[in-house]
Ligand binder design. Structure first.
Ligand code: ADP
Length: 291
């Protein structure tokens, strides 16, 4: 196994009496890692800890060999190797798209102006905003602002890119384009993204981590995750008895996740979403909420 880009050892977070993240050990390697989990699972907390935007209550985090939880100099060195896209980004709305990225690039210590402007134009083109570069941020659409926020995270090809729900607000074409951008970024680094879009995980991720109530419930490859659901997803004329979820598909047949299949039911290939529903149902505390 190669040296991990980021490591977590015994990392936990409490907010007062709320235990948002239980003691967690993780090694993050090159590739795209999808972080799934219900609202309140601790996903944003985990991302903010790794991005050094939040100090852990216990434990140690390293990024590119630098101790995020160490001295200011170590944390600064770690921050030079990572980028973070939070769910909400506050923009100085009077700035143009170009000016905003140039301003962020200055904050990221790009001193040589020509080289900095080249990088700003590169990431603007990457997120397909090149032709909007002279438009004020206040005049951009929601999807365009989201892509501009992503562009700042991709500047300088960081070793670790941490993205909190990057596809929110994007239309299907933009989401497909984003997958291309992220898979390129993952060639030399690690992209860790929290999402509710299970299709993004199946289309893009090498590895999936499922978090629930501050604990890692699954950590493995996407095929390993999906295989947990094999033989538990059915197509029939009617819902399967005791299914977690059943719905009539476009063909008129009924797809059921879990339950006891009737004699005419046939098992179908599970999706990431099916595996996620079944995993969530394994936790007795969530069963009431799922039914
Ligand atoms: P997710 O991103 O999976 O929705 P979060 O990491 O935002 O989960 O939240 C995990 C838990 O921590 C939740 O119970 C949430 O209410 C709590 N929490 C998050 N941020 C704070 C905060 N700043 N102060 C107090 N509790 C918080």
């Amino acid at each position: 196994m190669t040296t991990p880009i980021a490591t977590l050892r015994g990392v936990s977070k409490r907010y007062g009496s709320t235990r948002a993240l239980e003691a967690t050990d993780l090694d993050l390697h090159r590739g795209v890692i999808g972080l799934l989990g219900p609202n309140g699972a601790g996903k944003t907390t985990l991302l903010r800890l790794i991005a050094s935007a939040l100090p852990p209550s216990t434990g140690q985090i390293t990024v590119a060999g630098h101790n995020v939880t160490g001295t200011i100099a170590e944390r600064t060195a770690a921050r030079r190797c990572l980028a973070y896209l939070p769910q909400e980004v506050g923009f100085p709305r009077g700035m143009t798209a170009f000016d905003f990225l140039d301003y962020i690039a200055v904050l990221k210590e790009w001193r040589a102006q020509e080289e900095r402007h080249r990088e700003v134009l590169r990431v603007l083109a990457l997120v397909q905003l090149h032709d909007r570069r002279t438009v004020r941020v206040s005049a951009l659409s929601g999807g365009q602002r989201r892509r501009l926020a992503l562009a700042q995270a991709l500047m300088g090809n960081p070793d670790l890119v941490v993205l909190d729900e990057p596809t929110t607000g994007l239309d299907p074409e933009q989401r497909a384009a984003l997958r291309g951008i992220l898979s390129t970024a993952a060639v030399h680094g690690c992209v860790l993204l929290a999402t509710h879009q299970t299709e993004d995980v199946s289309a893009l991720c090498d590895r999936v981590i499922v978090l629930d109530q501050g604990r890692v419930r699954f950590d493995g490859t996407v095929p390993q995750f999906v295989s947990r659901a094999s033989g538990q997803v059915w197509i029939d004329a009617a819902p399967t008895d005791g299914a977690l979820s059943s719905w009539r598909t476009g063909t008129g047949a009924v797809k059921s996740v879990g339950g006891r299949p009737g004699p005419d039911a046939s098992a179908v290939e599970p999706s990431v979403e099916d595996a996620y529903l079944l995993l969530r149902a394994e936790d007795p505390e969530t069963q009431g909420a799922m039914r």
